[in-house]
Design a protein around this ligand. Structure first.
Ligand SMILES: [Zn+2]
Ligand SMILES: [Zn+2]
Length: 388
């Protein structure tokens, strides 16, 4: 099967290179990826996938399904294709999407032997308000048995963790007054905000060192001679586990309640963006992927990266067993993410070869789990026993 999948990857490689290059040349921001979504769905339709466009009324989302017509597992490949403002595909989502779509096509060509379905989810706007969160809320991943994707980077690394993230906003409502002649008549919303920030700074000592709480003052008042009647703070609260992060959001919110109580302001707490869950990598799937990659290419994957942000793939990993490893596009050079240099790397012959290796390894990982019920049981048991 390894040789068969490798050959399929070689065969579809040029079409995927073209897809990646076209998307590179036409960078589109989140929820505006009209060309990219059209090119992905065109290619998937050409390869016999049943394509649903405009998923959840998001014009650049899609769900492309290839059904073997036989019982078996349902495998999801997660495709991304959004760019960044001014630096284009500095996160490499042009080649990321081509790799996922390519893995889906490769698996569809051999799925008859193992049964089941393969679905390529076209998920817009990973860089901003990721559609995977909306897909997850709508239950689109509920009947998926496995989810896989791989992200371009400097170096091959196993799928690790990412931080759960809650974007929390505090608004304080006070009362204006002349700040010199009648300050006693005012209720100071800026003081409420500052007390909140000081409270959060004191809280930092007593939270897990792996958590991050960082915020800014969006509105801090209008003029020095008016007691501020309205202020607005926005925080990101992040932790390695969603459950702990929810506790931490409570504690941060209590700092805001304290600020409001101390000053006499009223407080409004809300979420200003979509929350991301932490990524839970399935280690059994990680092992199958690492082995497949080694057998295909001789590449030894490295341990997961220690530094981490937040990913919308996190949401998927709370619903079904998931991996999100990284594949090398820089040929050993140190190139940071979110740079023009990384975008350029995705066009090299080296990166094209790694796309072929990676999509083959993703497809082979899925195939090996689909054909082996014992292995799938291990994947599933690990998923069920991992704390969220
Ligand atoms: Zn990015
Ligand atoms: Zn990215």
């Amino acid at each position: 099967m390894l040789e068969t999948i490798r050959k399929i990857a070689e065969e579809i490689g040029p079409e995927l290179d073209e897809l990646s290059k076209n998307i590179y040349d036409n960078p589109e921001l989140g929820y505006e990826e009209f060309k990219a979504a059209a090119w992905h769905t065109e290619l998937l339709e050409k390869h016999g996938f049943d394509v649903e466009k405009n998923t959840l009324d998001l014009p650049t989302a899609f769900v492309a399904t290839f059904d073997s017509g036989k019982p078996g597992l349902k495998v999801a490949f997660l495709s991304e294709y959004d760019a960044l403002p001014s630096i284009g595909h500095g996160c490499g989502h042009n080649i990321l999407g081509a790799t996922s779509t390519g893995a889906g096509i490769a698996l569809s060509r051999v799925i008859d032997k193992v049964g089941g379905k393969v679905v390529v989810f076209g998920t817009p706007a990973e860089e901003t308000s990721g559609a995977k969160v909306l897909f997850a809320e709508a239950g689109l991943f509920d009947d998926c048995d496995l989810a896989l994707m791989a992200h371009p980077a400097a170096g091959y690394t196993r799928s690790g963790s990412s931080l759960a993230l809650v974007p929390v906003q505090f608004e304080f409502f006070g009362k204006t007054a002349h700040a010199a002649s009648q300050p006693w008549d005012g209720v100071n919303a800026l003081d409420a905000a500052l007390l909140t920030m000081n409270g959060v700074n004191a809280l930092r000592e007593h939270m897990l060192p792996t958590s991050r709480v960082h915020g800014v003052i969006i509105k801090g008042g209008e003029a020095a001679n008016i007691v501020p009647e309205y202020t607005q703070l926005q925080y990101y609260v992040r932790s390695l586990m969603k459950s702990y992060n929810e506790e931490l959001v409570e504690k941060v919110s209590r700092c805001a309640e304290a600020g409001a109580l101390a000053t006499g302001c009223t407080l409004k707490v809300s979420r200003y963006e979509l929350p991301y869950d932490n990524l839970i990598s399935n280690e059994t799937m990680n092992d199958v992927f690492s082995e497949a990659l080694y057998e295909l290419s001789g590449i030894e994957i490295q341990p997961p990266k220690a530094d981490t942000g937040s990913l919308d793939a996190g949401q998927v990993s709370h619903i079904c067993p998931t991996i999100h490893p990284y594949f090398d596009v820089t040929d050993g050079r140190h190139v940071a993410g979110h740079t023009r240099e990384l975008a350029e790397c995705t066009l090299s012959d080296y990166a094209k070869q790694q796309m072929r290796n990676t999509l083959s390894a993703l497809a082979l990982t899925a195939y090996r789990i689909m054909e082996d019920p014992q292995l799938y049981k291990k994947v599933k048991e690990e998923f069920e026993n991992t704390p969220k």
